[in-house]
Design a binder for this molecule. Structure first.
Ligand code: AHG
Ligand code: MN
Ligand code: MN
Length: 341
């Protein structure tokens, strides 16, 4: 058990703040408020079956996907809680087409919060783990007459100052990095505190698990098919075939592979010609998890190079994602870039 097991997330944030001389406490305030939002979402998720919060709203979101009531609830809750703390110049949500202003009546800050309020929506009403993913950038524009520019949000992933996720599963966990390793906290429900349970998480260099939605096989190109076939082919020396595990919630699949090792793949596919780069979003899913996995010793690629180096050109752009144990993701890159066939 970690030497500081059981310390609260607030104590952990304050100790990280003390280690960082130019820290102003703004980041601690920001993360603390996001934690309050996550605790409220967790409570709603845990009683979802009882409240009229299940099911679809009948609306289609900016991603042209069925909006679930809990998506809407989580999205509104995060926006309402985060907009008044005076630490953000704007926010970007998977559920909202454009960047979200901070209302004039609230003070502005120098951070940008990008988030997927509820990840794994298709699993909400079947009691399978879902989550919230977040990434935080520091504002780069310095115009006195406007609060922010789109370019403040469209930064390369390696410039994130922090990233992480909440996982509403058999227990509620928060996993985050601020550039000093990856740390996991488990919510102690009766106390309402996130307590340190996984200090300095390191992902195994090579795993034995591959996660991919194989029903898309017919829509993949030959390199992608060859890659997935590779993980399924028997070869004692390289520990293959790998075990297949796919929950359908990115946060849950990612978290399991982070702890046990393995690779999660959402390749480009031709299922929907409007989405040739696959389903997952660079800014609110791939970038945050790429920072977490890199800080844990793993790697995240779009098949040709590091996710964290990609220069975003729009808020909701999608990207093929290969993420997890470094050696496994490097193999994926060899297949997708054509170096190995
Ligand atoms: P979201 O609920 O935020 O739209 O994300 C769902 C994503 C991700 O969680 C998961 O890995 C993927 O959708 C599953 O997609 P398929 O059902 O196409 O496999
Ligand atoms: Mn998602
Ligand atoms: Mn979502």
């Amino acid at each position: 058990m970690a030497k500081r097991a059981g310390i609260t997330i607030t104590q952990h944030l304050l100790s990280q703040q003390r280690e960082n001389p130019e820290a102003t406490g703004a980041f601690t305030i920001l993360l603390n408020e996001l934690i309050v939002a996550a605790k409220i979402i967790s409570k709603e998720v845990n009683k979802a079956g009882l409240a009229d919060i299940l099911g679809a709203t009948g609306e289609i979101n900016v991603q042209e996907e069925q909006v679930q009531k809990l998506d809407v609830y989580a999205n509104r809750l995060i926006i309402e809680r985060m907009q008044h703390i005076g630490q953000l110049c704007c926010m970007g949500s998977e559920e909202i087409a454009d960047l979200i202003d901070i209302p004039n009546k609230y003070p502005k800050g120098n951070y940008i919060l990008l988030f997927d309020p509820l990840d794994g929506s298709s699993n909400i009403d079947v009691n399978i783990s879902i989550g919230t993913i977040f990434g935080i950038f520091r504002k780069v524009s310095d115009h006195t007459d406007i609060n922010f520019l789109l370019s403040d949000a469209l930064q390369q992933g390696y410039k994130q100052v922090a990233a992480g996720y909440f996982l509403y599963g058999s227990s509620t966990m928060m996993v985050y990095t601020a550039g000093n390793g990856v740390h996991g906290f488990t919510l102690y429900p009766s106390v309402g505190e996130f307590l340190l349970s996984h200090e300095n998480i390191r992902i195994p260099e090579k795993g034995k698990i591959y996660s991919v939605n194989e029903s898309n096989y017919q829509y993949w190109d030959d390199k992608t098919k060859a890659l997935v076939d590779y993980f399924k082919t028997k070869d004692k020396e390289t520990g293959r075939p790998y075990t297949s595990r796919y929950v359908g919630s990115l946060v849950a699949d990612f978290h399991r592979n982070l702890l046990k090792g393995g690779i999660f793949m959402y390749p480009a596919d031709m299922k929907d010609p409007k989405k040739p780069h696959g389903k997952l979003r660079l800014m609110v899913e791939a970038n945050p998890l790429a920072m977490v996995v890199q800080q844990a010793g793993g790697y995240a690629s779009d098949g040709n190079g590091p996710i964290l180096q990609l220069q975003p050109n729009e808020l909701h752009q999608r990207v093929p994602l290969y993420i997890g144990s470094k050696k496994d993701v490097e193999i994926a890159e060899e297949f997708i870039s054509g170096k190995r066939g």
